[in-house]
Design a protein around this ligand. Sequence first.
Ligand code: HEC
Length: 123
Amino acid sequence: MKKRDTIIIIVVSCILSYLTIKLQFVPTTFVFTSPAHAFDFEKGQELFKANCSACHANGRNAIVPEKTLEEEVLKVNGMKKVESITYQVTNGKNAMPAFGGRLTTENIEDIANYVIIQSREGW
Ligand code: HEC
């Protein structure tokens, strides 16, 4: 085998293992955000604490106890999607206030991604 071939094999396997590692850690929800806006986990966390934790501390729900932010519950209620959470946070629902006038869409998408990741990893 030529030296050049060996180098190519090494480079390709490095790229493949890099991708394997990277794909494990990139949240799948990332795909749903627009390319112009890479989701910011820390911002989502900060905004969640400031705006949501009064009612949703630790992923629970202080007002309607069964509507938690736990993964299984979100799934059953069709809420385990960035789009659904963004919609509900923007427009509100029943006793949940609307945040559309107070937060930007970008902020709300950061929160939605944060909620989905937390639900998956456990609050
Ligand atoms: C004043 C209390 C309150 C605040 C603040 C609040 N929520 Fe809620 N949230 C609720 C209530 C009540 C529901 C249940 C609504 C319904 O379906 O009747 C709910 C439902 C949800 C659901 C759906 C849960 C499910 O299992 O179906 C999500 C997701 C959610 N809230 C996210 C958020 C996020 C993100 C924020 C912050 C931007 C937030 N909420 C702020 C009260 C609140």
